[in-house]
Design a protein around this ligand. Structure first.
Ligand code: NAD
Length: 469
């Protein structure tokens, strides 16, 4: 089947590059499109432009060895030469929290203009996260207007949301929990299902062998759910909103536990996680969630609900708890160190989670802002995200970036563990003892506080009540 399909992926950002890479690895002839010449040039050299495990080898293999992936800024021509286009452009937040659909509009325009001068059936698939009804009212309308062709007759239309996690995105694209296909019509849905079945077919070939060796499990076809277009759009928002809710729930409880002697939120999470109706995932209390997706998608749903005369109280609380959670790290620091003016505070970890250099909405940004507003001097280190962090919120000019992890302890009044990179998990009490006074605020609860305290560390952690035994 992959010989009949020529794929274009519109938007070679995080999702687009990984999606294009995996399809190309399965043998699909794939063209990654972007407006950004630097990204296109990097891909054509077999290089990546952000940090993500397993991606460099994948892109190198499909571009330089298999030659199944190329990239281009010639979007209209490339779409004309393909028969399936996946839309993976960004959908960032506007200042009012609503979803900015301007990149979707421009991608749909490209597709419409390409289809105007193209014969034969073309399948268009929106993978970007878009508010309900966008596929039908915006994408379909623009393509029909620009091409003078009809959805369901001249071109197919689906919405298939992406659920990958940054840091594990290659794994998640090859081993997804589910595939959701929102179909405009039966033919479009059937065609996309066949493409996914081909991608995930069980076969003892090079693709399956490579990934089985890396991840220790066989490639199999996940459950494919064929639903309406609007259902698919809503599933994505419900999925992310629910995960964000779990995090804010456990953080809310962590704040309560800090006020109860002898209670540790980790023990609460462990016990409730054993209830199969709850499960243990996303129950790690901490400094709050970041990422390009949770804050933007929950905010987009809040705005969408309000525009449709519904007051989404639960979702608003999820965001309110999260905003306060990052600041809780600073409160804990003040409770130990006192006035933060002129104090040197070290931030361990900047990216919103480990194994990524993505700084979008990272809690570290709020924490650093709060520390600076209280007159503290901030020094930070991250194994991958320093260059990205320098571009966020003018951090490059506001704080000091350590050249190495060791440098972080010099003259420091408190260390705030913000991102649980494996490099930080290896640290022992003796490492923190290099500080002026060893104060550790553990925002991800990765250290054994009993051991640390025994060895002379002044330790505070999210969700840890006063110890009574
Ligand atoms: P991104 O910002 O990393 O990438 C978007 C890319 O689209 C950029 O490279 C940009 O230059 C390009 N672009 C803009 N207009 C274009 C056009 N007209 N034609 C071609 N390219 C164009 O975004 P991302 O993180 O990859 O997210 C893409 C979508 O996937 C969003 O809707 C996001 O919510 C969703 N999503 C993201 C993740 C994630 O972890 N990043 C996970 C699931 C879903």
């Amino acid at each position: 089947m992959h010989k009949e399909i020529k794929l274009t992926v519109s938007g070679t950002g995080f999702v687009g590059l990984i999606t294009a890479g995996v399809f190309a690895d399965r043998g699909f002839s794939t063209m990654a499109l972007d407006v950004d010449e630097k990204k296109v040039a990097a891909v054509n050299k077999g290089e990546t432009f952000f940090f993500e495990p397993h991606l460099p080898d994948l892109i190198k293999r499909v571009v330089l060895e298999k030659k199944t992936l190329t990239a281009s800024t010639e979007r209209i021509k490339s779409i004309q030469e393909s028969n399936v286009t996946l839309i993976c452009v960004g959908t960032p937040s506007k200042s009012d929290g609503s979803c900015d659909l301007s990149y979707i509009e421009s991608a749909a325009k490209d597709i419409g203009q390409a289809l105007a001068q193209k014969d034969g059936y073309h399948l268009v698939v929106a993978k970007s996260t878009i508010v309900p009804e966008t596929t039908r009212t915006l994408i379909k309308t623009i393509i029909e207007k620009e091409s003078n062709k009809k959805a369901g007759i001249d071109f197919g239309l689906c919405m298939s949301p992406e659920f990958l996690r940054e840091g594990q995105s290659v794994h998640d694209t090859i081993f997804p929990d589910k595939i959701v296909i929102g179909q405009f019509d039966e033919k479009s849905g059937k065609k996309l299902e066949a493409i996914f079945q081909h991608l995930y077919r069980e076969e003892n070939d090079e693709f399956s062998g490579t990934w089985e060796t890396i991840f220790g499990k066989k490639v199999t076809c996940p459950k494919i759910l064929r639903r309406s277009i609007e259902t698919a759009e809503c599933i994505k928002y419900a999925n992310n909103s629910f995960l964000a809710t779990k995090i804010s729930f456990i953080n809310e409880f962590a704040n309560i536990c800090e006020r109860v002697p002898g209670v540790d939120i980790k023990h609460i999470a462990e016990a409730i996680g054993l209830d199969f109706r709850i499960n243990p995932k996303f129950l790690q209390a901490g400094a709050g969630f970041g990422w390009s997706c949770f804050p933007k998608d929950v905010n987009a749903m809040i705005t969408f609900a309000k525009e449709h005369n519904h007051n989404p109280k639960l979702l608003e609380s999820v965001m309110a708890v999260n905003a306060q959670q990052a600041k809780r790290m600073v409160q804990l620091t003040e409770e130990i160190v006192g006035d933060l003016k002129e104090k040197q505070i070290a931030i361990l970890g900047l990216s919103f989670k480990p194994e990524t250099d993505d700084m979008r909405n990272a809690p570290s940004i709020i924490i650093i802002d709060e520390l600076l507003s209280k007159g503290a001097n901030v020094i930070a280190w991250d194994p991958q995200a320093i260059e990205e962090a320098k571009k966020e919120n003018d951090l490059g000019n506001k704080i000091t970036f350590a050249n190495s992890l060791e440098e972080i302890f010099d003259n420091t009044d408190a260390c705030l563990l913000v991102t649980e990179w494996k490099q930080f998990k290896k640290l022992e009490a003796k490492d923190f003892k290099k500080m002026k006074k060893p104060v550790v605020i553990d925002g991800r609860r990765i250290y054994d506080y009993k051991k640390f305290r025994k060895e002379g560390i002044i330790y505070a952690g999210i969700g840890l009540g006063e110890i009574i035994n």
